[in-house]
Write a protein that binds this ligand. Structure first.
Ligand code: ADP
Ligand code: ADP
Ligand code: ZN
Length: 209
């Protein structure tokens, strides 16, 4: 069971990914999470992320290639936030072919830009990896994580100007992947505007089918 989740920033990829990997016991590979870790010690990555720009294909592809060589991915994986450019998609196809790994589906979670802006504006995250929304998925105690009680924070790249830039980057560089994966015949359209549970049910039903 090997899957890709893609869609605009704020579509709910991270939220759904956590539920999917738990239910189906596969590995969550989030390039965004990997770079949030890397940016602590790498100023170039930090600057790119905080301006809403993408990290170079070379760096991303290299990182994913190394990650896919680890043993745990054999039980199945869910790529979240990768690929994000046509170059990355082609590089991934080549890597998978070389390792004789098959993709089962590409879930395209789509929402309108105005909804993406609302979701990102209310997103609050915890250093433990948990993610909330101040209105749509509110923590039990305001600004505290349900799982570890730490103070929730707003991601540095979730500021309004950066969000606009990320949506532009998505339109220019990531949207062409829709056609690419449509042609491959494994793309599944998911209506991301529904509530969290309904989105999960759409995805889980496809995986179980
Ligand atoms: P979102 O939750 O908004 O979809 P992510 O957490 O996936 O965002 O990514 C955050 C940032 O990390 C991106 O804006 C980009 O700078 C960098 N990044 C993550 N994945 C990739 C990728 N596949 N290619 C290039 N940059 C990436
Ligand atoms: P992505 O990883 O695609 O950038 P996230 O999963 O982080 O998106 O979700 C963005 C924000 O929207 C978070 O604050 C999350 O709690 C909230 N969210 C996720 N899914 C839904 C949904 N179906 N309805 C409303 N809010 C959602
Ligand atoms: Zn926490």
């Amino acid at each position: 069971m090997n899957y890709i989740l893609f869609g605009p920033p704020g579509a709910g990829k991270g939220t759904q990914a956590k539920k999917i990997v738990e239910k189906f016991s596969i590995v969550h590979l989030s390039t965004g999470d990997m770079f949030r870790e890397a940016k602590k010690s790498d100023k170039t990555i930090s600057a790119l992320m905080e301006s809403g720009k993408l990290i170079s294909d070379e760096i991303v592809v290299d990182m994913v290639r190394k990650r896919l060589q680890k043993d745990d991915v054999k039980k199945g994986f869910l790529l979240d936030g990768f690929p994000r450019t046509l170059n990355q998609a082609q590089a991934l196809d080549a890597m998978l072919k070389a390792e004789n790994i098959k993709l089962d589906a590409v879930f395209f979670i789509d929402i309108a830009h105005e909804d993406a802006v609302k979701r990102i504006a209310g997103r609050r995250v915890c250093s433990c990896g948990a993610s909330y929304h101040i209105h749509f998925l509110a923590p039990k105690n305001a600004d505290k994580c349900d799982l570890c009680n730490s103070q929730l924070i707003q991601r540095a790249d979730d500021k309004e100007e950066t969000v606009k830039e990320r949506l532009k980057v998505y339109d220019a560089q990531t949207k062409p992947l829709i056609e690419y994966y449509k042609k491959s015949g494994i793309m599944v359209d998911i209506d991301g505007a529904r509530d969290e549970k309904e989105v999960f049910e759409q995805i889980a039903a496809k995986i179980e089918a």
